[in-house]
Design a protein around this ligand. Structure first.
Ligand SMILES: Cc1cc2nc3c(=O)[nH]c(=O)nc-3n(C[C@H](O)[C@H](O)[C@H](O)COP(=O)(O)OP(=O)(O)OC[C@H]3O[C@@H](n4cnc5c(N)ncnc54)[C@H](O)[C@@H]3O)c2cc1C
Length: 392
């Protein structure tokens, strides 16, 4: 297999690099210190059309594949930025594209592609259900002119920076359906109309991630808010997981590259005991190992992305890429902290911020334990060790 980039793909990567140069370390440090959203950065990516690359040309997007989306997100993180602020704009619309009605697609996708509308928030996780999505209890009760939704969500990210929200809710109780993954439905909520029916409480986390608890009380949704088939929402969400895992893996690979680059530079210039610290094997080996592990993860990621774009099954590769890439990023983060000695702790160096950000992807959007159970069961044929699993 040849995973080399085409001239066009290299141009995209160069363009993203140039864009990211305008948003240096100091920009991200300042936002992190004040827990602010990178509005200027997201606007620049949107205006450049980078967040709508996967929207088909019929709906005003670039009609490109996940390979190009991977390039974008990887370069953002490799530049020192944090693509988490807007990555969901690329993959959340996938549910709408695959399962939405033609009317929903015509209404929203061109607006998203033009950058006039943001769909970058998805509410699946609930406090009591955790990774076992089948246990969600947020309920959308059928009423004459639509649905009435009540419930609670947790860790719903970027809701303040999104016009639309994808919401997974039960439309039938788990006890009343043959399989507990039945009876869930996916809704497209217009947040501009929801107003006080959704109370948003920010959750302070160790990363600047704009994540929230949602308290939903008598939220009225019209029938046309339903995406796909009623009762089949869990499977509609599952359909998008491969894309999400491949893209998150790309961010982790970008993080790993950033840690390695910074560490190579520091190890070359920091002189202790009369020589650069990088001349010591105890310093250079962890850097080289982190580099190699990130390269290996990157290859599996390209394999997954290439299969995805060819419309082939890629669950094994996407899950493997997510796990290997997040672990490679975390290994690189640890390595960079050690390489930088006390300076790694100094906020100005940026290492501690990226260290915190890289940690997230061991847990979200799905924990690596659940990724491992997928591979154990679906790839290796081992007995099922958990319920239904799989969050966002
Ligand atoms: C910053 C941030 C942003 C997020 N953004 C979103 C978002 O936008 N939308 C959204 O819906 N969710 C979001 N999430 C939620 C995220 O998807 C969940 O945190 C994640 O899926 C894990 O669920 P949990 O936290 O409930 O952990 P739990 O399910 O409670 O798991 C706790 C630990 O137990 C382990 N565990 C549980 N069961 C098993 C088992 N059977 N076998 C082995 N290990 C097991 C898990 O792997 C984990 O290590 C976000 C989370 C964070 C931290």
């Amino acid at each position: 297999m040849d995973f080399s980039l085409t001239a066009e793909q290299q141009d995209y990567r160069d363009a993203i690099r140039a864009l990211c140069k305008k948003f240096p370390d100091s920009y991200w440090r300042e936002l992190d210190a004040h827990k602010r959203y990178p509005e200027d950065f997201v606007r620049a990516l949107t205006d450049g059309g980078w967040l709508s690359v996967m929207i088909p040309t019929d709906y005003g997007g670039a009609g490109l594949g996940i390979v190009e989306a991977c390039l974008i997100l990887e370069e953002v993180n490799a530049s020192g930025g944090n693509a988490a602020a807007c990555h969901a704009q690329i993959y959340t619309m996938g549910a709408l594209l695959r399962h939405g009605s033609e009317a929903q697609k015509r209404k929203h996708l061109p607006e998203i592609a033009a950058g006039r509308l943001r769909l970058q928030s998805m509410a699946v996780t609930e406090p009591e259900a955790g990774s076992d999505t089948s246990r969600i209890t947020t309920f959308a009760r059928k009423v004459d002119d639509g649905y009435l939704v009540n419930g609670q969500k947790v860790f719903t990210s970027r809701v303040q920076h999104s016009d639309l929200l994808l919401l997974l809710a039960r439309t039938a109780r788990a006890e009343d359906v043959p399989r507990k993954t039945d009876g869930m439905s996916l809704f497209l909520v217009d947040l501009r109309q929801a107003r006080s029916a959704i109370e948003v409480r920010p959750i302070e986390t160790m990363v600047n991630h704009e994540t929230n608890a949602l308290f939903i009380t008598d939220l009225h949704l019209s029938d046309d808010a339903l995406v796909g088939e009623e009762g089949n929402g869990f499977r509609h969400v599952l359909d998008g997981l491969n894309a999400e895992r491949i893209l998150i893996a790309s961010e982790s690979i970008g993080d790993a590259r950033w840690f390695v680059d910074r560490s190579v530079a520091y190890a070359g210039e920091r002189v202790v005991f009369g020589r650069p610290i990088g001349a010591n094997q105890a310093v250079q080996f962890p850097i080289a190992r982190a580099f190699m592990h990130a390269q290996a993860a990157s290859l599996v990621r390209w394999q997954a992305a290439t299969l995805f774009d060819a419309g082939a099954s890629c669950g094994a590769e996407a899950n493997t890429a997510k796990l290997l890439a997040s672990e490679a990023a975390w290994e690189a983060a640890e390595m960079a902290m050690t390489t930088h000695g006390g300076s790694g702790m100094a906020v100005e160096a940026g290492i501690e911020r990226k260290f915190r950000e890289a940690r997230l992807y061991l847990v979200a959007p799905v924990t690596n334990n659940l990724v491992t159970t997928y591979v154990a069961e679906h790839v290796l044929g081992l007995p099922r060790s958990y319920g239904t699993g799989g969050s966002t």
